[in-house]
Write a protein that binds this ligand. Structure first.
Ligand code: AMP
Length: 121
């Protein structure tokens, strides 16, 4: 699958669409999810063109990987969700329910989130 340059997160990175930014470093951008599922719901995205966590893990440079995960950690601390716990997840592809084909992690917290979100067989 080729990376879709017109996906919404790619457009946010090009400043064509605004976002509610909470943090940025050389390799990552973090902003509030537009439809939050928890009191804290932040998306962290890499600045490079990777469609999923699988693509990112396979093809990003060590600096990109490091810079991205440092940003995730920084934002979790910044949002005050480290101490009481949080959920960090990344949907992949059709079965994973991924809507935006640019790798992102969801940081969810600020409330007890219950069991992991998947349907029973
Ligand atoms: P996923 O289903 O993992 O691809 O999640 C995509 C997420 O992006 C959803 O939680 C949406 O609410 C969120 N989203 C879509 N468009 C925007 C936007 N313009 N700004 C912030 N979040 C967005």
């Amino acid at each position: 699958m080729t990376y879709d340059q017109n996906n919404i997160f790619s457009r946010i990175l090009r400043d064509e669409i605004p976002c509610n930014k909470v943090y940025e470093n050389e390799y990552a951008l973090a902003f509030h999810d537009i439809a939050p599922h928890a009191p804290v719901h932040i998306l962290v995205i890499p600045k490079g063109a990777y469609e999923s966590i699988i693509d990112f893990s396979a093809h990003a440079s060590s600096d990109e990987v490091s810079g991205f995960w440092k940003a995730v950690s920084h934002v979790a601390d910044q949002q005050g969700i480290t101490k009481d716990g949080c959920r960090i997840l990344s949907n992949v592809g059709a079965n994973g329910g991924q809507e935006v084909p640019h790798f992102h992690v969801h940081l969810l917290g600020g409330v007890f989130l219950g069991p992991i979100l998947f349907k029973k067989l």
